[in-house]
Design a protein around this ligand. Structure first.
Ligand code: F6P
Length: 564
């Protein structure tokens, strides 16, 4: 697909023949997961596929083979695979910003052939030049060759960023924390609530702290404000503890502050030496950037070899998405099943339930990836969509969620498709007496999707001795869709595969809906208004009066009640 065809008018999926037939199919669909499993011993095998190291069982979704066949036709009729190829080739599929969408280039191996040349630029060379600098820097910090201004080894690296410049790095660090082997802890500041910067730095020694200011644009209010706060904290603490003079301040900033950005001129304006800045490119969306230099904090805390393995995992899933036949292509199938759930089964939300405490930030990461990407009501030609788009992604690790919100997933009135994620090998193989605790944990993982799919019938409830009105309360309808994703272990490669899987699922949904999953204009109005409201918040009476009565009332409440 050329740039022109990539940007061609999107196809309204609801006008396709496949959509029409899916509607008929939905109406006519009979049976239940109980019946489908009972009558088809091959069901699990038929709907289970391996993608790189991920083992993905789709069989507990409310699908039959005709559903999948029709969904694949829908993908064909909405040019999903052509758009996929256009993305990998560097076509400007992000039309509203006239940009290529090339996060997949960030994980191509060095020396891949043929080289990827986009807009006249050898992208592979650019990517590996920056990676080399990031790794050299990480090695220097980890070995102690790079020290703070007073000559002490770095012990804490603080990443300041927000959105894509925070959520990916935090999630990956939390997931792979056991691999941090250089005595360097990573911390993260994102919120402009000043308590975030305060609490994160309160117990730190500035002499052993390195700060990474991560911002694609280097204009984000939260990040620049936090970077200034932390610079002030660091310099004043060094003045006190190490007698830093004003002449030495520049050197202190150079030894304790580095930056990651696509806007290296702005990095310099901030006072960070461009030598200590790592770039990336406007073809990397913020929420797709954890595998760019935005991951510098990970290379420092976890090490370049861990980061390399992570990238290799991303690439393995990219290759699967790019080359696997459609009927076995896991991101394609999962994206299409999400479309089925949203547009035909009327699901509004989607739970992501990792059975791994180390993945506790994965749902938060996915919220930005999926909702900033597909929370759109117009297609890429400006026309209004006529079907639902987006899904509300949310979740918590199991088993905690089981004791909080699973009740609604099991017995509520809404359909909530759920992705369960688990690993065969425990990160911490602990025993409670003779009991292997990981097996207890996994028994819960297996039990939940089984309960959702097959439920509990009236006969089964009565057979347990329950009578009267309690019977209904104890019944489970079943037919609550879920996908189970397993892998041998939560390695860096498997984590890369998981992230890339969800990136591509998000892509597939956006492509079917005809929306541009790579812009985020919806966050702009709030930012604009926050700037405009600043004088009113500071007490300018005429600015307060100019507001609507609700906003004016809230600002007055703030002005009257603030102490300190
Ligand atoms: O406001 C939304 C957003 O632009 C996200 O898309 C992005 O990840 C985040 O802000 C941070 O942006 P930056 O990396 O430019 O500071």
């Amino acid at each position: 697909m050329s740039n022109d065809t990539a940007a061609a008018d999107p196809i309204d999926p609801t006008t396709t023949d496949a959509w029409e037939r899916l509607m008929e199919h939905d109406e006519a669909l009979e049976g239940s997961l109980r019946e489908w499993f009972a009558t088809d011993p091959e069901r699990a095998a038929r709907f289970t596929h391996d993608a790189a190291d991920l083992h993905v069982d789709l069989s507990k979704n409310l699908i039959t083979q005709p559903t999948v066949d029709l969904l694949l036709e829908l993908a064909a009729q909405t040019n999903v695979l052509e758009r996929r190829d256009a993305m990998f080739a560097g076509a400007h599929i992000n039309t509203t910003e006239d940009r290529a969408v090339l996060h997949t280039a960030l994980r191509r191996p060095a020396g891949a052939s043929p080289a990827l040349v986009v807009d006249g630029q050898n992208v592979d060379e650019d990517v590996h030049e920056v990676l080399g600098r990031v790794y050299a820097f990480a090695d220097a910090v980890r070995s102690g060759e790079w020290t703070g201004v007073t000559g002490k080894k770095i012990e804490t690296v603080v990443n300041i960023g927000i959105g894509g410049s925070d959520l990916g790095p935090v999630m990956v660090y939390e997931a792979l924390k056991p691999l941090a082997d250089a005595g360097i802890e990573a911390r993260f500041i994102s919120n402009i609530d000043p308590t975030d910067a305060y609490e994160t730095t309160a117990d730190l020694d500035p002499e052993t702290t390195l700060v990474i200011v991560a911002s694609k644009t280097f204009t984000t209010l939260e990040t620049i404000t936090n970077a200034r706060l932390v610079r002030e904290w660091l310099l004043s603490a060094l003045r006190e503890s190490a007698g830093l003079t004003s002449e030495q301040e520049k050197e202190a900033v150079a030894k304790h502050f580095v930056a990651v950005s696509t806007a290296l001129d702005k990095v310099e304006e901030f006072g960070i030496d461009p030598q200590n800045a790592f770039g990336f490119w406007n073809w990397v969306g913020g929420r797709y950037s954890v595998d760019s230099a935005i991951g510098t904090v990970l290379a420092v805390a976890l090490g370049p070899s861990v980061f390399e393995e992570l990238l290799a995992g991303f690439n393995a899933m990219d290759e699967h998405f790019r080359t696997a036949p459609a009927e076995e292509n896991v991101p394609l199938l999962m994206g299409l099943i999400n479309v089925w759930n949203v547009n035909f089964l009327e699901a509004e939300t989607h739970a992501v339930l990792p059975y791994s405490q180390y993945l506790h930030r994965f749902p938060a990461y996915l919220q930005q990836l999926t909702m900033e990407s597909n929370g759109k009501s117009v297609r890429w030609d400006g026309s209004t969509v006529v079907s639902e788009t987006g899904e509300i992604f949310w979740g918590e690790p199991g088993t905690n969620g089981q004791h909080a919100f699973y009740q609604l997933i099991h017995q509520g009135t809404r359909i909530i498709p759920a992705d369960f994620i688990a690993f065969a090998t425990p990160e911490r193989p602990l025993k409670d007496g003779e009991q292997d605790v990981h097996e207890l944990f996994l028994a819960n993982f297996f039990a939940q999707s089984k309960a959702l799919a097959f439920g509990k019938t009236e006969e089964e409830v009565r057979a347990e001795g329950t009578e009267g009105e309690l019977v209904a309360a104890r019944m489970f309808s079943g037919d609550r869709p879920s996908t189970s994703i397993m892998a041998p272990a939560l390695t860096p490669s498997v984590l890369g595969q998981l992230i890339a899987l969800y990136e591509h699922i998000t892509f597939v949904q956006g492509a079917v809906w005809g929306i541009n999953s790579f812009d985020q204009w919806g966050v702009e109005l709030g930012k604009q208004l926050a700037n405009q409201l600043a004088p009113a918040v500071a007490g300018d009476e005429s600015a307060i009066e100019a507001q609507d009565s609700s906003t004016a009332g809230l600002i007055r409440y703030y002005r009257e009640h603030r102490q300190g």
